[in-house]
Write a protein of this length. Structure first.
Lengths: 333, 521
């Protein structure tokens, strides 16, 4: 039997709600296994080279110890995993439990502080080999209509214009228009989490943190996120669609979440260390995420800079997009 | 030019794999353009945009992988591209196995490398026994780098290993070279016909580098850990390693290195040596020469002597004690004359600052009969540094001993500890500073450079009060070590350090200087 050392609270909650559920092994990687539930949600088993991940379990063994192949069926419950034959595969008795999506018990940084950190990130990223979408951070925010991007990577050059349009619309607060362009991004790139999806995951995580800090003033953001993940469900890989769904509710791996929290909240975390952990994810996933993080932070800074009344007015103008109106009792309005 | 596509249904590859693959596939002869990706709508749009679309992509889903290529069909074909894809995929997997994957547990390491038969354990001492137990249960040989393992655990684990025909090298084992693979602190030496079993880290290093410098090579270098030849452990690994080398067809001669063993342990080793068909050279540093020779083994008077005798025996030459210098006596006298001339009459003290424990021990034993030397590894209890009056007198320190490494790296890794001792313990009465410079895997990137810096600093300080100091060093390393023997020697000599070809010769030269000082120049 393999030993589980950490389980995400959201997975535990899900399994407690559902009782016993069947899961099919969807993919087997070197250090991770994806299990597909009947709802198309994924549960991920990873070894200790990974931090905790939402809807995931960290085991104290190589994932090959589970001896699973694509197509195998497992029975999952809040107590542990069993094989289809009923043999115990992992139990969660002595497991640490980690709550994804937790917001720090700390004060939010103000816009100027976040701007300072954003500039630091940009400078830090400039020292890296421009892989994935990183070549585009030099153009982002420049409002350039020039399509002559000096980028050698085929994927990056192809998506440059659309990605910059997306970021420009998002940062200016025009979420409906940004959503329209996002259709041109979702699912773009190689690998099971295509580059633009990693970029969008960072944006969604920032949006989700903003939502939790502004619960009465986030209808437009909520709508944007939910429509974006609906697009992802049919336009990208299963793994990526799951990643975006989790990001829209503020959930990501422990290290990605820690970075977002450190940037937005006055915590003592070592931001450079966290960035260095994030950027080494995958071949370009980390870099793509960091590029999206800059975009998300630009949006966040713009939002923070708005006066509360302006924020309400802006929201009111996007009536067609809004599901819930601005709450008159809100302190923010 | 034709355009063709391979689609792999439900194939999940991470971006690392695909990025490396696509870079390599683009280099294939005859391939003009190629795109690898998951079959999302946008990626298919890109394929169309690049003019790489073909019919196979019409039914692709987001969870399928595609490789679309435009290529010159007279120079390559789709099968060749697919074969290259598979080959690169395998290479990527292997590269990840070799370079990137760091298994978090022994169990996962074994699942990843099922054919491994040896494990290096370097976890905190209190956890080490459990890991070694697990390794032995999996029939693995063990090199146990960790220290702070109890004697009881060491005995139990070694007995278990012996019962299974396995090695437990350690605890606190710093050096081994197994099948040519250097483990932990070891030097880059050529392979050859001499096998070594050593209970002392830098002692073993010194013997192996001397053998290399004399043109010889090593078959296996097996460590035992410093306590192995004590009564409590009974020399279990020295005996196990000794037997292994006797049985090893690639070993023609065996060298055993240790501090003097417990009498009962020595007896067992001598019994095996007597029966060995292979010649055995024994350096039980300061041990019982007569007892060694009585069993037909070759006794030694220094680590360098052990290497010289091993080489001589192997080459069918006369085996004789080496008590002198590589340089002619006249040159040695010149060096001594020049050194002594720089000193004032009240400069009478030795400061021997060693990073290697066995090298310090050898220095103490070669000098100890003649001089009263305080030390943290004293030859007699009354010479412990705690008894040193106001830092007056000769001093020889093993700076790698626990008291100096608590909370900081070993001085072979980080020379800062020795740098501090240069500052605190070298003063106007110091006549000679004696140091070792240990090169090799695991050691500092430029240990000679660190000594040069310290020497420069101390010369500047003493120069202000009109004093000079004699600095004598030996470099334990080879031309194959990354720090490079020749470069290290040159650096030291450029700062006026007298560099001798072995620790024993450095100690002898120091002795000559003090003999001359005692005679009054």
């Amino acid at each position: 039997m393999i030993s589980a050392v950490l389980i995400a609270q959201d997975l535990l909650d899900y399994l407690e709600r559902r009782g016993e559920v069947d899961a099919r092994v969807q993919a087997v990687y070197r250090t991770a296994i994806n299990l597909q539930l009947d709802t198309d949600q994924l549960v991920t088993i990873v070894d200790e080279t990974h931090a905790g991940i939402p809807m995931g379990v960290v085991i104290n063994d190589a994932v090959s110890a589970a001896r699973l192949s694509i197509g195998d069926t497992l029975i999952l419950s809040a107590k542990g995993f069993k094989t289809a034959a009923g043999d115990d595969l992992a139990d969660f008795n002595d497991c640490q439990i980690w709550q994804p999506g937790t917001v720090p018990d700390a004060e939010l940084r103000d816009a100027s502080q976040v701007q300072g950190l954003r500039n630091d990130i940009f400078n830090w990223l400039s020292t890296f080999e421009p892989i994935g979408l990183l070549p585009l951070i030099n153009y982002q925010g420049a409002h350039s209509k020039d399509d002559r991007f000096e980028i050698s990577d085929t994927y990056c050059r192809f998506i440059a214009r659309d990605l910059l349009d997306f970021s420009e619309r998002l940062i200016s607060g025009n979420l409906p228009q940004a959503l329209k362009v996002s259709k041109k991004l979702i699912g773009f790139g190689m690998g099971s989490t295509p580059s633009c999806d990693d970029y969008l995951a960072a944006v969604l995580l920032i949006l989700a943190r903003w939502q939790s800090a502004n619960p009465l003033n986030s209808a437009e953001v909520e709508e944007f996120s939910s429509q974006l993940i609906a697009l992802a469900d049919v336009n990208t890989t299963l793994v990526s669609a799951n990643m975006l769904r989790l990001a829209s509710s503020g959930r990501s791996s422990q290290v990605h979440e820690a970075l977002i929290n450190a940037l937005l909240y006055k915590t003592e975390s070592d931001i450079t260390y966290l960035m260095s952990q994030v950027i080494k994810t995958g071949a370009s996933s980390g870099a793509d995420f960091m590029a999206g993080l800059l975009c998300g932070l630009d949006w966040y800074i713009a939002q923070q800079s708005l006066q509360p009344i302006e924020r309400c007015l802006e929201q009111a103008m996007s009536v067609a997009f809004v599901r819930k109106g601005c709450d008159d009792n809100s302190n923010n309005c | 030019m034709i355009i063709q596509t391979i689609v792999k249904k439900n194939a999940y590859y991470d971006s690392v794999t695909l990025m490396l693959l696509s870079r390599e596939l683009k280099k294939l002869e005859g391939v003009e353009e190629i795109l690898v990706g998951m079959g999302t709508d946008l990626n298919i749009e890109l394929v169309q945009n690049l003019g790489l679309f073909s019919g196979e992509l019409e039914s692709i889903t987001s969870n399928d992988l595609f490789i679309s290529a435009k290529f010159d069909e007279t120079r390559t074909n789709l099968e060749a591209i697919e074969a290259a894809f598979v080959e690169q995929l395998n290479k990527t997997d292997q590269k990840e196995a070799d370079d990137d994957y760091q298994p978090p547990t022994l169990k996962s390491a074994l699942q990843y490398l099922p054919d491994a038969n040896m494990v290096v354990v370097s976890v905190p001492g209190q956890s080490a026994a459990d890991v070694v137990d697990e390794a032995l249960d999996n029939d693995l040989h063990v090199m146990l780098f960790s220290d702070n393992v109890s004697v009881e655990d060491e005995l139990r684990l070694k007995q278990k290993a012996v019962n299974k025909g396995l090695l437990v090298m350690g605890p606190d084992c710093g050096t081994a070279i197994i099948n040519g693979a250097p483990l932990c602190f070891a030097n880059a030496v050529r392979r050859g016909r001499i096998g070594v079993v050593g209970a002392s880290g830098t002692g073993t290093q010194e013997v192996t580098v001397q053998i290399h410098q004399m043109g010889g090579g090593l078959s296996q270098v097996i460590g035992t850990g410093g306590r192995d030849l004590k009564e409590e452990i009974g020399g279990l690994m020295m005996i196990q390693g000794f037997q292994a080398l006797i049985d090893d067809p690639e070993t023609d001669l065996i060298v055993l290195i240790s501090k003097p063993p417990a009498a009962s342990v020595a007896e067992k080793i001598y019994r095996i040596a007597r029966q060995s068909a292979k010649p055995v050279v024994i350096d039980f540093i300061g041990g019982d020469r007569a007892a060694i020779e009585a069993v037909g083994a070759i006794a030694c008077i220094s680590l360098e002597d052990a290497a010289r005798k091993a080489m001589a025996k192997l080459n069918g030459q006369k085996v004789a004690d080496f008590v002198g210098f590589s340089l002619p006596e006249a040159e040695i006298e010149q060096i001594v004359d020049k050194a002594v001339a720089t000193l004032k009459p009240d400069q009478t003290e030795l400061r021997a600052l060693f990073t290697g424990g066995t090298l310090a021990d050898e220095a103490m034993k070669l000098l100890g009969g003649r001089y009263a030397i305080y030390s943290n590894i004293p030859l007699s209890p009354e010479m412990a540094i705690e008894n040193m009056p106001d830092q007056k007198g000769h001093l020889c320190l093993d700076l790698g001993e626990d008291r100096f490494t608590r909370g900081r790296p070993h001085p072979m890794i980080d020379p800062q500890t020795r740098t501090e001792f240069f500052r605190s313990h070298v003063d106007e009465q110091t006549a000679v500073i004696l140091v070792d410079v240990v090169l090799g895997f695991g050691s500092h990137a430029d240990p000679a450079g660190a000594v040069v810096d310290s020497v420069r600093e101390v010369r500047e300080r003493l120069g202000k009060v009109g004093r000079e100091v004699v600095v004598v060093a030996s470099v334990c390393g080879t031309d194959l070590d990354s720090q490079n023997l020749e470069r290290s020697v040159r650096a030291l000599e450029s700062e006026g350090v007298i560099v001798m070809p072995s620790n024993a010769q450095a100690v002898r030269l120091t002795d000559r200087v003090f003999q001359r000082l005692e005679k009054g120049n």
